[in-house]
Design a binder for this molecule. Structure first.
Ligand code: SAM
Length: 200
């Protein structure tokens, strides 16, 4: 039997701090769409601990979709739907409504067009008041960037010049242009941020 489950050490480290924030952000019931689910370790963890919510994982990568499906199957959870192939930059998402959108560690590891698509797509499917939750490292205007994040930025740009840490204020401007509130920001371990926008 093959096992397509992938595992990311960082996902195991950050899943509980993220879950603590999600408990305060997500609605009690409804469906949370995760963009860029990657290995799928996060979504099964969230689904296990938030059993009244349904989770819809997604990713554009075939290997990620196989890993997510394998994690769902291995965990035996019934509040996660099969993963969808979804590139945030696509014109029309294959999900027409959600009660929350979650996106962890994508916007610095993809071109800016992915973030533009994320904002456009999330705005199209969320009702007023519903959250868009982002997690990752950011630059902030007027605040020195932690040396570990500078090094991470350099390594990302070395892998792909279109990747790299984004400036929170640029992301917030894009969110506002798509009809989101100004962000609530929660400082997270290892110089990461939770950034929560709400659809206006
Ligand atoms: C660093 S991984 C993060 C995975 C997971 N969220 C985590 O934190 O462990 C980045 C993920 O973003 C996905 N991704 C890249 N570009 C994307 C896009 N335009 N739309 C949706 N997902 C994208 C990749 O396929 C990959 O699974």
């Amino acid at each position: 039997m093959t096992d397509d489950r992938q595992s990311a050490p960082a996902a195991l480290r950050n899943r509980d701090p993220i879950l603590d924030v999600l408990r305060t952000v997500l609605p009690d019931r409804g469906t949370a769409l995760e963009i860029a689910s990657g290995s799928g370790e996060h979504v099964v963890h969230f689904a296990r601990h938030l059993p009244k919510l349904r989770f819809q994982p997604s990713d554009p990568s075939d290997a990620a979709l196989r890993s997510i499906a394998a994690w769902i199957s291995a965990e035996g959870l019934d509040n996660i739907d099969p993963p969808l192939q979804l590139d945030a930059a696509m014109d029309s998402w294959p999900v027409k409504t959600a009660d929350a959108v979650i996106c962890i560690n994508m916007i610095h590891i993809s071109p800016w067009s992915s973030t533009e698509g994320l904002m456009r797509g999330a705005a199209a499917i969320l009702r007023p008041g519903a959250p868009l939750y982002l997690y990752g490292p950011y630059r902030r205007s007027g605040v020195p960037t932690a040396p570990s994040n500078e090094a991470f930025d350099q390594s990302l740009r070395g892998r792909d010049p279109a990747w790299g840490l984004r400036t929170l204020e640029d992301v917030a401007d894009l969110a506002a242009a798509n009809g989101f509130s100004s962000p609530e920001v929660v400082t997270m371990p290892a110089n990461n941020l939770s950034v929560i926008f709400r659809k206006m």
